[in-house]
Design a protein around this ligand. Structure first.
Ligand code: CA
Length: 389
C-alpha cells in the first residue's frame, strides 16, 4: 500500500503558522484533503485499517428485551441500527428483533454471550439472577440520577468495572439509553402511611422489590405482558412501570387509578447494548468507533425524548383519563430509604468484584451528591421558589 504525503498531513506537520493566520487556507486545504481521499497516517502505520476492511459487510442480529418499537425503550435499538447503517454506508447492517421474536426478552444476555445474536439491548438488572452486581449498572433504589450515572460510567471508572463484570461471559457492554427518574407506579390502593405497604402485592422487580418486601409488602415478578390482566383481576394491587410517556402507550391507566411519585426505586435507569466479544473483535476500528459513538448518542437521545414527552403524556393521563396523581407520604419514603441503604450493601458482597463495584458506585454518589446539593438541587429549589412568587 503506497503511502502518499497528503495535504492534511502537511497541514498538521508543516504549515501550522501559515494556516493559523490564514483561516481561508484551512478550509480549502481540508476540502482538498477529503477530495483526494487520503487518510492521516502516523509514521509507524498504526491505526490504519487493513485495505480489505472498507468493503466487508457485517450483517448482525440485535435481540432486545422490549416489545418491538415500544415508545421510549423499544425504539432505541431501532434508532441505533439506523444510525449505524447510514454512518457505515451499509457495512454494519443490523436487524432488530423484539422480545420473543428470536429469543425471549429475558434470554438476551445468554444468547449474546453464546453468540446466537451478535448484539442485544436491555437493562443490566434483568441479569441479577446470574450476576447480582449487574444491578448497579442499571439503577439502585435511592441511587444515582441519569446525569450522575453517566458521569460515573463514562468518567468515574464505572464502565471499566462493568466490562470487567461481563468479561467472563464474552460480552462487551455500552450505555444505550436512560429513562431518567421513573414514576413510583400504578396503584389501586391508596398509600397513606407505612401501614398501607403491609401485604401490598406489587409487581416491582429487582432491589426495589426486595426493599418493598422488607417494608412488609409482597413483591411480584411478572413479565410486562401479564401486568395488565393481573391488575385488572386484582391478582396484584400495584405495579411499577416507567414514566408517563411509556405508561400511557401501554394503557395501564385503564386498570389502575392512582399514579404515585417519585420512582424511589429507579432514579436513573441505564439501558445497555450488549455485544458478543468475538463479534466485537471481528470489526475494523472504524466500525467499532461508530458503535462507541452511536450508543452514546442513543444514550442521550432517550433521555431527551422522555424529557420532552413525559410532561404532555402526564397531562393526557390526568386530564383525559382521570388518573389521580399522588406523592408517597414522607414516612413511606423515609422507611424505604433506610431499608435500601443496608440492603444494597448486603446484596453486593458476593465477591471482590461486587464489593469494588459497590464501593466505586457509593464513593462516586457521595462526591457528586455533595456538589449537586449546591448546584442542581439548589438551583431547582431556587427556580421552584421563584415560580411560586
Ligand atoms: Ca421500571
Amino acid at each position: 500500500r503506497q503511502r502518499q504525503m497528503c495535504i492534511r498531513d502537511r497541514l498538521f506537520k508543516g504549515d501550522v503558522l501559515r494556516v493559523f493566520f490564514h483561516g481561508r487556507i484551512i478550509s480549502v486545504a481540508i476540502v482538498l484533503a477529503f477530495l483526494v481521499g487520503c487518510t492521516p497516517s502516523s509514521e509507524d502505520g498504526e491505526g490504519v485499517a487493513p485495505a480489505n476492511s472498507s468493503s466487508q459487510v457485517f450483517r448482525w442480529k440485535m435481540i432486545t428485551t422490549w416489545p418491538k418499537n415500544l415508545p421510549g425503550l423499544g425504539v432505541a435499538p431501532e434508532r441505533l441500527a439506523d444510525h449505524l447503517r447510514v454512518m457505515s454506508n451499509g457495512r454494519l447492517d443490523i436487524k432488530v428483533y423484539g422480545a420473543g421474536e428470536l429469543v425471549g426478552g429475558m434470554e438476551v444476555f445468554d444468547a449474546v454471550s453464546q453468540g446466537t445474536a451478535e448484539m442485544g439491548h436491555g437493562a443490566a438488572y434483568y441479569w441479577r439472577g446470574k450476576i447480582p452486581a449487574a444491578q448497579m449498572f442499571a439503577t439502585v433504589p435511592f441511587g444515582m440520577t441519569a446525569q450522575e450515572m453517566n458521569g460515573w460510567l463514562h468518567y468515574g471508572g464505572g464502565l471499566e468495572l462493568w466490562r470487567e463484570l461481563y468479561k467472563p461471559f464474552d460480552i462487551v457492554p455500552f450505555t444505550t439509553g436512560n429513562s431518567g427518574v421513573q414514576m413510583g407506579g400504578w396503584f389501586n390502593k391508596e398509600i397513606l402511611s407505612v401501614d398501607d405497604l403491609q401485604g401490598l402485592k406489587m409487581r416491582i422487580p429487582g432491589l426495589g422489590g426486595e426493599v418493598l418486601a422488607r417494608a412488609g409488602g409482597s413483591p411480584q415478578q411478572l413479565p410486562l405482558a401479564e401486568v395488565y390482566t393481573a391488575l385488572q383481576t386484582g391478582v396484584i394491587d400495584a405495579t411499577e412501570l416507567v414514566g408517563p410517556y411509556n405508561d400511557l402507550a401501554q394503557s395501564i391507566h385503564t386498570v389502575a387509578k392512582y399514579y404515585y411519585y417519585p420512582g424511589w426505586h429507579e432514579p436513573g435507569s441505564t439501558l445497555e447494548t450488549l455485544i458478543n466479544k468475538g463479534a466485537w473483535e471481528s470489526l475494523p476500528p472504524d466500525l467499532q468507533e461508530m458503535i462507541a459513538v452511536a450508543t452514546r448518542a442513543i444514550n442521550e437521545d432517550m433521555l431527551s425524548e422522555f424529557t420532552a414527552k413525559n410532561n404532555a403524556a402526564l397531562d393526557v393521563l390526568i386530564e383525559e383519563h382521570g388518573v389521580e396523581l399522588r406523592a408517597f407520604p414522607e414516612d413511606v419514603i423515609y422507611k424505604l430509604r433506610e431499608i435500601s441503604k443496608g440492603l444494597v450493601k448486603e446484596s453486593m458482597q458476593e465477591n471482590d468484584l461486587s464489593r469494588r463495584i459497590y464501593s466505586s458506585y457509593m464513593e462516586f454518589l457521595e462526591s457528586v451528591e455533595n456538589y449537586h446539593r449546591i448546584s442542581e438541587q439548589a438551583f431547582l429549589e431556587a427556580r421552584a421558589d421563584a415560580s411560586t412568587n
